[in-house]
Design a binder for this molecule. Structure first.
Ligand code: PHB
Length: 388
């Protein structure tokens, strides 16, 4: 063989093997979200945030090309589980991520355990989720974090008697229990605990009950997207006029839909880990970039859970240098500490759960727009659900 032909043959061989190598060498993230159905806004926010993170940080980690595979589970647990199985077996994803609702994360936990695939919960917020698999990491928040902080604020601010009103499933049960236990511990009273169906809720009969009891406040939790209906019916039933305050977790005054709630929302106090109005330089940059990339859409707490989840995945891939599989990735996710658009944030290596600040916020109108304005901070809050 002539020297030139040999070189050409070697080059072709090198290119071919490189092509095969490149194909196998992808770093795949399987992002499963409700993109349709009543919780589609959660999917939209998280997908947009994940894409923003990739646009800002590139698609190469540890010499591999990141591939984001996004699939819609429509908020149905069986579908989430099936998609996760397909992603692990067929697509060979390195990480599973997303999980817009508690039942979706719980249904998929066994897949993570069996396949040793890290599962990053970016939205769901029932305390017990991280205990469902040793491969689960959370970048959203937990309801006990928000509910205990709210009960303490209520007790210090003249609220002695409160009724709870929550969506009747995991995170609602957590919100109810942790708010109630803490208010009672602080010397308060909880004369009733009301549970509203999770899907297509009609709040009217429950709000009527609250009106009849006449507590100082009603403490509410509804999942992201459902707060506007609650707020509307709260006003229609005249609870505000009857002197009953609405307080709750920040899910109720979700930034995604807050502007559409109107003046009835002004003055509502909630606790949460993220507000679009969080006054840090990093958050201002995040909000600006997110809004610009998404036709004016405001990022809410779901977007931040997605954005931070991508950060945790990228940094774990870099640290483990693409070797050691799921266990090495998981180990590199534990203990990450960084500044998020929400403020300082930490993944507790023991519990694999998020530790972050809880902010007390009040809805205010600024430049004609409604915002959750933070006015007090409880620092470095661990999940109270883990302190058993
Ligand atoms: C949940 O299902 O865990 C969940 C969903 C939406 C929220 C909070 C919790 O806003």
């Amino acid at each position: 063989m002539q020297k030139r032909t040999l070189i050409t043959a070697l080059t072709v061989a090198a290119l071919c093997s490189h092509a095969v190598f490149a194909q196998d060498n992808k770093f795949k993230i399987g992002l499963i979200l409700p993109m349709t159905g009543p919780f589609a806004s959660t999917g939209k926010q998280i997908e947009a945030a994940a894409r923003l993170y990739m646009a800002q940080n590139g698609d190469k980690v540890a010499g591999r090309t990141v591939e984001l595979i996004v699939k819609d589970d429509a908020g149905t647990p069986d579908t989430t589980k099936r998609i996760a199985q397909e992603m692990v077996v067929n697509d060979k994803v390195q990480v599973l991520a997303g999980f817009g609702l508690t039942p979706l994360a719980l249904a998929t936990a066994p897949i993570a355990t069996q396949s040793k695939t890290p599962l990053v919960v970016m939205a769901a917020a029932t305390s017990s989720i991280t205990e469902a698999s040793p491969y689960i990491i959370r970048t959203s928040f937990t309801l006990p974090q928000a509910a205990v902080s709210m009960a303490d604020w209520a007790s210090k601010n003249g609220i002695k008697k409160a009724v709870t009103l929550v969506s009747d499933y995991g995170p609602g049960m957590d919100a109810e229990k942790y708010f109630k236990d803490r208010l009672l511990l602080n010397g308060g009273q909880v004369p009733d605990t009301l549970r509203v169906p999770m899907r297509n809720p009609d709040f009217a009969p429950f709000l009527q009950k609250v009106r009849d009891i006449k507590p100082d406040a009603v403490f509410a939790f509804v999942p992201s997207g459902a707060g506007a209906a609650l707020m509307k019916q709260f006003a229609e039933r005249g609870l505000d006029k009857a002197g009953i305050r609405l307080i709750g977790t920040g899910d109720v005054t979700d930034d995604d839909i807050l502007n559409g709630m109107g003046d009835v929302a002004v003055g509502v106090v909630t606790t949460h880990h993220y507000s679009t109005a969080h006054p840090s330089a990093l958050n201002k940059k995040f909000v600006e970039a997110f809004t610009k990339a998404n036709a004016g859409l405001r990022p809410n707490f779901m977007a931040v859970g997605g954005y931070d989840g991508m950060r945790v995945i990228y940094e774990a891939a870099k640290a483990s240098k693409g070797v050691g599989g799921g266990d090495a990735l998981l180990a590199a996710m534990k203990g990450q500490i960084f500044e998020s658009p929400r403020g300082p944030m930490f993944i507790d290596a023991q519990t694999r759960d998020v530790v972050h600040n809880m902010y007390i916020r009040k809805v205010e109108k600024q430049n004609g727009q409604l915002y959750n304005i933070e006015f007090d901070t409880i620092q470095d809050v661990k999940d109270p659900g883990k302190a058993k």
